[in-house]
Design a binder for this molecule. Structure first.
Ligand code: 26V
Length: 809
């Protein structure tokens, strides 16, 4: 096929013709959406030859590959990303200019693929980009949810959830591959038959659900002649082509089936959703493992070497059923004995842990698991039995210890234990997190399998989170340090040579001002709040969770407001500050939703007070998502990373902010620790309890928030204002927040860290007044952020866990 992007004239002609061919309208009369879709189609077609070649190269080179299994892929938009990685933006831009079409406007038409809750899903998306851009063979495997993470509306200060119909107008990047559909069995029971003296397991009468794959191309950066296009395969549930189950009506069955790939679950889903969530997990795992197995057999004709040519990566515990599923295929379908099957399985699987929060570690009641997945349960039981025999040798007289470490215990299947036992590699996502896993949370497992544990500090793709989202900074860097950092972010360090160059400093200031103005424009347009780009943009964007402590930020703003109104001198010294929040709260997460209402109530009060409105602004941006984040990250002066130490496994927003020149105000938690190591106390604002101190209080007690309530007048004042009608006429509105940090013990040490946070905030506010100095600090952050490219992270996974080699073609 001729290259339609060879030059602007060819492209322009093809584009116009295709719009008319696809939609049967004259080009001049076509809608922006039709133009967007046609452009997307042309780009996808252009990708396809490299897509085919990538798959051929993998087969011909007998390459080892990774399948990254994840319940979430928070991809955001792909058009911009794809045309950037393909290097065809200039041609398209030129042609569009001649056609008087605004390319940016077309790009804005694309719906975000919001198939994730937050950091975990976005990490998977960044990893996809880096794997392809490094020319490595690796594919994503997930679910094609009909509705992504909900759309958020703020009504009267409260969050209202609206279904996210991202597929409604079609999704230009996906290719339905019905011929590669597979049938996934649920329910029924296991029948053991004796065939030629051998026990054979049959799952009867199973209820089948058809898994239909939709493939999305993952385009690597073409720099260095890389042509890699990997696959993100998302499975959709459809009715079986076999017999429908007898005991329910066809209508009922079809509804149940559709439900499997209907909704993305919020991470704290309630009990009712449990069966469905387990169904989702087995559904995409079973389909994905079949995909990997089939591909492998086509090339090698045997599964003997499956583990030498494939890694099945378990992203958090959600896909842990990979372990028993691969065992099932090897034993039931391929006739392997247990030991060899286990050898292959255990050497194929690798697991990443993303949280230490106990409530987030999945456990399935046996009564739910067994009927739904009878054969998988049987195999899990056998894995557990054999593993418990080993435990008994290690802990001969400690049955409680064995019960505690077992995969199945107290009538529950513990997915983390299953993943640990079934994997050759187990990693945390930042050094501190890995240390906590090996020394505290998973200490006993670490003792058993020390060689399996390792750390892989998270990263973000600098292609999206710098080159694409911050054109001003990219241009400046290209000019000052060359473009080498596009492919090796450690070259950002060169910026440090220009630290004291006043011309460069000025340009950095201008860049920041422009990005702040761009964000301010959107906020004013959509929410009517006008922000001054000369004020400090202090930003906290991330999921709403108690441990992330948006509440600490909110309480500090209340304190600031009180102080500014009363303390003339403080007021005179204060540099205006704009506090920007963005967050979605899980729909059933009562406390998180209250915090949203609180922030909006504070905004209402503060923004409308003429005494403070020039000094203090508060905005809660509506519907924070990947695309919004692309506007927000470059606009920050201060990056709020204030989780209770030890609770945030890594954080990745912290890295995006840093790479765009924001200073971190944060606790020594997750990857903040590594940011702090790189930039030092002089170029960050670190405060509060550290992980050991938090751990110590949790183990031994000794913290009583009431003491602070009674001794710190600032704290008492703010807390009283939560319940005395200061913010809302209804005094009970925030009673539960008041109670959480007082009567209920302040689990996340909000009051305990309050004073330290106030001081860190003061230091930041004063530091900002020396703009030259601040700009140097900002430049140091940019210059030292190279480590946080996900290219670095993925290279480590590829070298140390997956053992992948770069494709050559
Ligand atoms: C799940 C749940 C479920 C129950 C209620 C509380 C709760 C809290 C957190 C979670 C998160 C589960 C996994 C997750 O999303 N982890 C995030 O992974 C990111 C990528 O590694 C990392 O940067 C974040 O620190 C981590 O929270």
């Amino acid at each position: 096929m001729a290259n339609v992007f060879a030059n602007k004239d060819v492209f322009k002609d093809t584009f116009q013709t295709r719009v008319e061919q696809i939609y049967g309208v004259k080009f001049e009369e076509s809608t922006p959406h039709q133009r967007y879709f046609t452009l997307g189609t042309l780009v996808r077609e252009y990708i396809s030859s490299n897509w085919i070649e990538t798959n051929e190269a993998i087969v011909e080179g007998k390459h080892k590959q990774v399948y990254y299994f994840s319940m979430e892929f928070l991809m955001g938009r792909l058009l911009t990303n794809n045309i950037m990685n393909l290097g065809i933006r200039p041609v398209i831009e030129e042609a569009m200019n001649e056609l008087a079409i605004d390319l940016n406007e077309l790009e804005r038409i694309e719906a975000d693929a919001g198939l994730g809750n937050g950091g975990l899903g976005r990490l998977a998306a960044c990893f996809m980009d880096s794997i392809a851009s490094l020319g490595l063979p690796g594919h994503g495997n997930g679910l094609r949810y009909r509705y992504g993470f909900f759309e958020q509306k703020i009504i009267d200060g409260y969050q209202v959830e609206i279904p996210d119909k991202w597929l409604q107008r079609g999704y230009v990047w996906e290719v339905r591959k019905s011929n590669e559909s597979v049938e996934i069995p649920f329910y029924g029971h296991v029948q053991i038959e004796n065939v030629d003296g051998k026990e054979v397991y049959k799952h009867v009468p199973a209820e089948y659900v058809r898994a239909v794959p939709y493939d999305v191309p993952v385009v690597g950066d073409v720099a260095n002649n890389n042509k890699t296009v990997n696959t993100l395969r998302l499975w959709s549930s459809e009715p079986t082509e076999n017999k429908y189950p007898d005991h329910i009506s066809a209508v009922e069955y079809e509804k149940d089936v559709r439900n499997i790939s209907e909704f993305l679950y919020p991470d704290d889903s309630t009990i009712e959703g449990k069966i469905l969530r387990l169904k989702q997990q087995y559904f995409f795992v079973a389909a994905g493992v079949r995909w990997a197995v089939r591909q492998h057999k086509e090339v090698y004709g045997t599964l003997n070497n499956f583990h030498e040519k494939n890694v099945l990566h378990i992203n958090d515990t959600h896909p842990a059923l990979i372990v028993p599923e691969l065992m099932r295929i090897l034993i039931d379908e391929e006739g392997y004995g247990w030991d060899q099957a286990w050898e292959i399985t255990q050497h194929s699987c690798a697991y990443t842990n993303h949280t230490i929060l106990a409530e987030a570690l999945e456990k399935w009641p046996v009564d739910l698991f067994q009927p739904l997945l009878p054969r998988i349960y049987m195999i899990t039981e056998e894995i557990n039995r054999r593993y418990c025999l080993k435990l008994l040798e290690l802990y001969p007289n400690q049955p409680e210890k064995v019960a505690e470490l077992a995969i199945i215990g107290y009538n529950q299947v513990r997915m983390a234990h299953l993943a640990i036992v079934g994997s050759f590699s187990i990693n945390g996502v930042a050094q501190l997190h890995t240390d906590i896993l090996t020394h505290i949370e998973m200490k006993d497992f670490y003792q058993m399998y020390p060689d399996r544990f390792n750390n892989k500090t998270n990263g973000i793709t600098h292609r999206r989170w710098l080159l694409h989202c911050n054109p001003e900074l990219t241009k400046l860097l290209d000019k000052e340090i060359g473009t080498g950092y596009h492919t090796n972010t450690f070259e950002l360090a060169k910026l440090e040579d220009k630290l004291h160059d006043e011309r460069v400093q000025k340009e950095i200031m201008n860049m920041k001002y422009a990005r702040k103005q761009a964000l301010a424009n959107r906020i004013e347009r959509e929410q009517g709040v006008k922000l001054d780009p000369n004020s400090i943009f202090d930003i906290q964007v991330k999921r709403l969770h108690a441990y992330k402590r948006q509440l600490l930020n909110a309480m500090h703003i209340m304190y600031l407001y009180n102080r500014l109104k009363e303390d003339e001198q403080f007021r005179a010294n204060f540099h205006p500050q704009s506090f920007i929040f963005g967050a979605k709260a899980a729909s059933g997460y009562y406390f998180a939703k209250k915090v949203i209402k609180l922030i909006n109530s504070i905004a209402q009060k503060v923004n409308n007070d003429p005494e403070t409105s020039n000094l203090l602004k508060v905005v809660f941006v509506e519907n924070y998502n990947v695309t919004y984040a692309e506007l927000i990250m470059p606009a920050a002066d201060l990056s709020e990373q204030i989780s209770t130490a030890s609770k945030e496994a890594s954080g990745t927003g912290n890295m995006k902010f840093m790479m765009n020149g924001a200073m971190t105000i944060g606790t020594l938690d997750g990857a903040n620790v590594e940011i702090h190591e790189l930039v030092g106390d002089e170029n960050s604002f670190i405060f509060g309890l550290n992980a050991d101190e938090v751990n110590d209080y949790q183990q031994n007690g000794g913290y009583n928030p009431w003491n602070l309530y009674h001794t710190d007048v600032r704290i008492r004042r703010v807390l009283d204002q939560l319940v005395n009608g200061f913010l809302t006429p209804d005094k009970e509105e925030f009673r539960d927040i008041f109670n959480a940090v007082t009567h209920n013990g302040d689990e996340y040490f909000v009051l305990k860290d309050f004073d330290a946070y106030v001081r860190a905030q003061e230091a930041a506010n004063q530091a900002y007044k020396n703009r030259k100095k601040w700009t140097e600090m900002s430049m140091i952050n940019i210059a030292r952020s190279g480590k946080f490219s996900s290219d670095r992270t993925i290279q480590e996974y590829a070298d140390q866990i997956w053992h992948l080699e770069k494709l050559k073609f």
